[in-house]
Design a binder for this molecule. Structure first.
Ligand code: PLP
Length: 451
């Protein structure tokens, strides 16, 4: 249902934005944000009445699509009853959200500390790990994103870290597995797995394992490229953590809450971390919410000793009510199962079929509703379609790809030389097919930049 176009309102929204809104990660004078009039399900539209199929789920958070009626109603109901309340009290929406999350988290991750989003969840996970172990350092992977706050950005392995890297944050980076662009000269997944684990253990040996509080990994790295780890890698990391008394933190801010076709990506690999961060899909981002799921052992560290951290809005009732409604809707409507089924039966085959016809596609990888196309200039050498962290003219191939997708009514997720297919988990097969037709056209443009 797209309402009447209203270009004048659109122009006013845009003018006020340009005058007063300071946008994330942007050179303020060089951006041109689309004025959005509304959204529903897997679509949003502008004030001129142009509709886009959203293959990005916002920033990979609208796992149940826009304006899900059950969640909107739950927010309205909670707002009428108890919009907010301080975190020191027991509040129904907060208790129930924690119970529903703990019921789904793997292993004994049964205590939930609520935050306002993903980055602060990561901050608190690190603080818990350092206090629990009494050790200063943390290890994280290159090709990762963990958030925009001070510790989280230091953990991050992508170029967004560079401008804010304090160098003294106690973070050491290592290489995770990525068979398509192996750092380990591996020819098979098994070799990549074994060599990546050996590399991690050697890094630890040179850092001094007794100085390391935590190893932090995205279960499946998201923005950095949806690199599904080889079977056995995460279990291997778990063993290394156990061997040296290191806390294993899995960051499921993007991969959690159904994105991979399981409630948590950890379930795909049969691995249980000590701490797990979440945000985004927990309530589809309808109200900001994140958190840390905590193991029994780490929770016990703070049984008699206070946990020295907190937030005014920890477990905000409105956000928690949205989480309760989201989780219940996902369960009632089989939304996680939908992601798993469509991922295996529709998305994977369709993307592989596109790869067969488009020389710009170097690799297709993913699971559930979490897919990446690695675009290349040359399939033989795997040279990326644009250089790492390219801007301006160097990035024109990806810019042309994105513009063509948008012209065909598809809003694509683009990061460096990749496009990710990450629509809402309750997208329909017909919507996916519409998206693949637009992707087909956009890839034809990308093909013109190949050698
Ligand atoms: N961790 C991961 C894996 C993410 O993908 C993100 C955001 O994209 C974050 C942490 C940071 O979350 P937020 O932007 O809610 O602070």
């Amino acid at each position: 249902m797209t309402p009447q176009p209203s270009p004048q309102t659109g122009a006013a929204v845009k003018a006020a934005d340009r005058a007063h809104v300071f946008h994330s990660w942007s050179a303020q004078d060089l951006i041109d944000p689309l004025a959005v009039a509304g959204a529903e399900g897997s679509y949003f539209w502008d004030f001129d009445g142009k509709r886009y199929l959203d293959f990005t789920s916002g920033l990979v958070f609208t796992n149940i699509g826009y304006q899900h009626p059950k969640v909107v109603a739950a927010i309205q109901e909670q707002a009428a009853r108890m919009t907010t309340f301080a975190p020191a009290f027991a509040v129904e929406a907060r208790s129930e959200a924690a119970r529903l999350i703990a019921e789904r988290t793997p292993g004994d991750l049964d205590k939930i500390f609520f935050t306002n989003g993903g980055a602060d969840a990561v901050e608190h996970a690190l603080r818990m790990a350092r206090l629990h172990t009494g050790r200063p350092k943390v290890l994280s992977a290159y090709r990762s994103y963990h958030g925009g706050t001070q510790q989280a950005i230091n953990l991050t392995g992508d170029p967004r870290r560079w401008a804010s890297d304090s160098g003294t944050a106690g973070v050491v980076h290592f290489w995770g597995p990525f068979p398509y662009r192996s750092r380990f000269y591996a020819g098979t997944e098994e070799e990549e797995c074994a060599r990546a684990l050996e590399h991690l253990e050697t890094t630890l040996a040179f850092e001094g394992p007794a100085t390391v509080a935590a190893i932090v990994l995205e279960t499946i790295p998201g923005t950095a490229g949806i690199m599904v780890p080889p079977a056995g890698y995460l279990r291997g990391v778990r063993e290394i953590c156990d061997k040296y008394g290191i806390v294993f933190v899995l960051d499921e801010v993007m991969a959690g809450f159904g994105r991979t076709g399981e409630w948590f990506a950890a379930d795909l690999f049969d691995v249980v971390p000590d701490l797990m961060t979440f945000a985004k899909g927990v309530n589809s981002g309808y109200v900001p919410l994140g958190g840390v799921a905590i193991s029994a052992e780490i929770a016990a560290t703070f049984g008699k000793r206070p946990y020295p951290g907190g937030l005014t809005y920890s477990g905000h009732p409105l956000a928690c009510a949205a989480a309760v409604a989201t989780i219940n809707a996902m369960a009632e409507e089989g939304i996680v199962e939908n992601a798993k089924r469509l991922g295996a039966d529709v998305v994977g085959p369709a993307l592989r079929e596109l790869a067969g016809r488009h020389p710009s596609v170097g690799e297709v990888r993913g699971v559930g509703m979490f897919w990446a196309l690695e675009l290349v200039r040359d399939r033989a050498t795997r040279e990326p379609l644009v250089p790492y962290n390219a801007t301006g003219d160097d990035n024109r191939a990806m810019a042309a790809f994105a513009a063509e997708a948008k012209a065909h009514g598809l809003w694509p997720f683009v990061n460096m030389n990749r496009t990710h297919v990450v629509p809402p988990l309750n997208v329909t097969e017909a919507e996916l097919k519409e998206g693949f037709a637009a992707l087909d056209a956009a890839l034809s443009v990308a093909d013109t930049f190949t050698v």
